[in-house]
Design a protein around this ligand. Structure first.
Ligand SMILES: O=C(O)[C@H](O)[C@@H](O)[C@H](O)[C@H](O)COP(=O)(O)O
Ligand code: SF4
Length: 613
């Protein structure tokens, strides 16, 4: 794969933002690099360990593996798996560990499951108590990953995870072992069923009592119908995009369906590649790959594809785990110059299968690189230079081969070249004003809905809004101000159950918007929503001073969120309180009190692991 002879001039804003991130991260980054360097060993990690430790580590391994392990020459690969039957995206992982061990053996090495981590399906917990554990489950996954890898008998690792908080959690935990080479191993998307757009329409009809529950269930089951990741461009598929554009996963591997020959060949190649790296004198380790430039490339990928707003929290935490400090100013400034090149639901009607067929990640990365909108000089699991991630895998007489990705999009309704973007900017904005800082993804919001000026409707739960809708109290213009949904209040749940209700009011011509210190799903889109508002209501954020009827101006494109209350009255108001006791008990929430108490600001990653540093 030839490196581009003369890479184009890097866009000045990309260069400026990157330099600002480097400056901001200088001290935390130096600590991270020092700690990682101190963990490197010249020999196999198990060499020189105590005999009892080694005997424990390999007691259950078959004799053939023990022979290899005793020689202390060949690499031993640790597998962290997020398999469970609950997530359609992770169910295909069931047989991966046995297969990966067999491939390692075939390749003269060994592999072991170092540990399993939990994985929550936000589709199942959406709107219910479990969603209040969702954000923090990311940090639990990070802790679980560290527990697995800390056995320290591994010379490389494979990370099996796809969905929302699982990839962020795996990366946060794995970065503690950044001295090792690692790859993520995807399992691929579900085949296309009922389109996401059709599914959303039936939901809105049900919310208005126009269809019955049987019809709704049939539509949902036609959309979510088999193994594989849901096909909308939510947080899970934003993770897949990120892993490829950050060079952490084999190029073109994200959106190959489970159970196919090519999928199998790619999983085998992941084992082959991690062994190549572990056997090399100077491998690309995880810490070599996750640099400031790689993280900025990740932000750019999110903006160019209308990726999940959850990554204005998760990507911040992932970067922080490598000592890299990014914030919403970085997202906002890059969004002004990064063109939107894809229209995948909720930013359009297509799904990830259409995107992949139209040219997929290879085309996207090639286009952005060619326009000087990505850093080429980064490390990847394929070697040095992001150009290596513009390849796509194929089977050449049954053998895995790599070729340059398509140079033309096969469908410009889904995927466009830089010369003809859907919009010249990334459609993500930092909102400022007298309520604090929040973000809005307006790439999925119709232009006529991007500026709303309407009276506040103040609520303390999403159920309260759903009840008002049911009682037909919402047939008017309003800005729903939904408070006490922040990380320290109730774990910052996604409030995606509001989408069909608010979407149906928008479709009937009412001017509505949502302002909240909570989150939305990556699958949310059409409703203008100022989310992650900080400081949160529980910490006396200004959102707790808003009263019913206050006029609220929400202007996506101007980046303004302002309550129009006279300044002296506004400063004289005290923050209201709410009874949060229902979020402190039941369904595991007692166990997460520590995470709520220690959670950092959403703009700092919303994590108890790093606070606000
Ligand atoms: O951030 C995300 O992408 C969401 O958390 C997603 O993973 C979740 O499952 C949605 O709830 C699915 O959308 P529906 O609830 O509309 O099916
Ligand atoms: S994409 Fe969301 S709904 Fe689908 S399996 Fe993953 S977590 Fe569950």
């Amino acid at each position: 794969m030839m490196k581009p002879t003369s890479p184009p001039q890097l866009h000045p804003v990309v260069a400026q933002v990157t330099q600002r991130v480097v400056e901001r991260s200088r001290s935390t980054r130096a600590t991270y690099i020092q700690t990682t360097a101190a963990s490197k060993r010249p020999q196999r990690y198990r060499a020189g360990m105590g005999c009892a430790n080694v005997a424990h580590a390999f007691a259950a391994m078959p004799a053939v593996d023990k022979l290899v392990l005793h020689q202390e020459r060949q690499p031993n690969v640790g597998i962290i798996t997020a398999y469970n039957d609950m997530l359609s995206a992770h169910q295909p992982y069931e047989g991966y560990p046995a297969q990966l061990r067999a491939w390692a053996r075939e390749m003269g090495a060994t592999a072991q499951v170092a540990g399993g981590v939990p994985a929550m399906c936000d589709g199942v917990t959406q709107g219910y108590e479990g969603m209040e554990l969702s954000l923090f489950s990311r940090d639990v996954i990070a802790l679980g990953t560290a527990v697995g890898l800390t056995h320290n008998v591994y010379d490389g690792a494979l990370l099996l995870g796809i969905c929302d908080k699982i990839v962020p959690g795996l990366l946060i935990g794995a970065l503690q072992f950044g001295h090792l080479p690692m790859l993520f191993v995807p399992a691929g998307p579900m085949s296309s069923g009922l389109s996401n757009d059709e599914k959303a329409k039936v939901r809105q009809q049900y919310a208005q009592g126009l269809v019955d529950r049987t019809t709704l269930l049939a539509a949902e089951e036609a959309a979510y119908h088999g193994p594989g990741t849901c096909t909308f461009y939510g947080t899970a598929n934003s993770n897949q995009m990120l892993l490829e554009i950050m060079g952490l996963q084999l190029p073109g591997s994200s959106f190959v369906h489970p159970g196919t020959e090519l999928r199998q060949a790619l999983s085998r190649h992941a084992m082959q590649r991690v062994l190549e790296l572990a056997r090399s004198e100077s491998p690309q380790t995880l810490a070599d790959i996750v640099s400031e430039k790689t993280v900025v490339n990740g932000i750019i990928g999110l903006l160019a594809t209308g990726g999940s707003t959850n990554h204005t929290i998760h990507l911040v935490a992932m970067a922080r785990a490598a000592g890299i400090l990014i914030n919403w100013d970085d997202f906002d400034e890059l969004s002004d110059v990064i063109p939107l090149l894809t229209r995948i639901y909720p930013n359009g009607k297509a799904d990830v299968n259409h995107f992949h067929a139209a040219g997929g990640m290879g085309f996207l990365i090639d286009q952005l690189l060619g326009a000087g909108l990505l850093h080429e000089d980064v490390q990847t699991v394929m070697g040095s230079g992001l150009h290596r991630c513009t390849l796509e895998p194929w089977l050449d007489s049954g053998q895995l081969a790599w070729r340059k990705a398509a140079s033309q999009s096969a469908d410009e309704q889904v995927l466009r070249p830089v010369q003809r973007p859907f919009t010249p900017d990334g459609g993500l904005k930092l909102l400022k004003g007298n309520l604090g800082r929040s973000v809005v993804k307006y790439s999925a919001v119709a232009p006529e809905h991007r500026r709303v000026r309407a009276p506040a409707l103040v609520l303390d739960s999403q159920q309260a809004l759903l009840d008002l809708f049911k009682d037909k109290q919402l047939e008017r213009d309003f800005v729903a101000v939904l408070r006490f949904q922040g990380p320290q209040a109730n774990g910052m749940p996604e409030l995606h159950k509001l989408t069909p209700v608010l979407g149906s009011l928008l479709d009937r011509g009412f001017k509505v918007a949502l302002v909240t210190d909570g989150r939305m799903s990556g699958a949310s889109g059409k409703v203008p929503a100022a989310i992650h508002l900080s400081p949160e209501a529980l910490l006396d954020g200004p959102i707790a001073k808003v009263r019913d009827g206050d006029m609220v101006l929400f202007d996506c494109e101007a980046g303004l969120l302002q309550v129009e209350v006279e300044a002296t009255e506004w400063s004289a108001r005290s923050a209201q309180r709410a009874d949060l006791s229902s979020s402190e008990h039941g369904f595991g929430r007692e166990l997460f009190a520590f995470f709520r108490r220690q959670a950092g600001l959403p703009e700092c990653g919303g994590s108890a692991l790093f606070g606000n540093h």
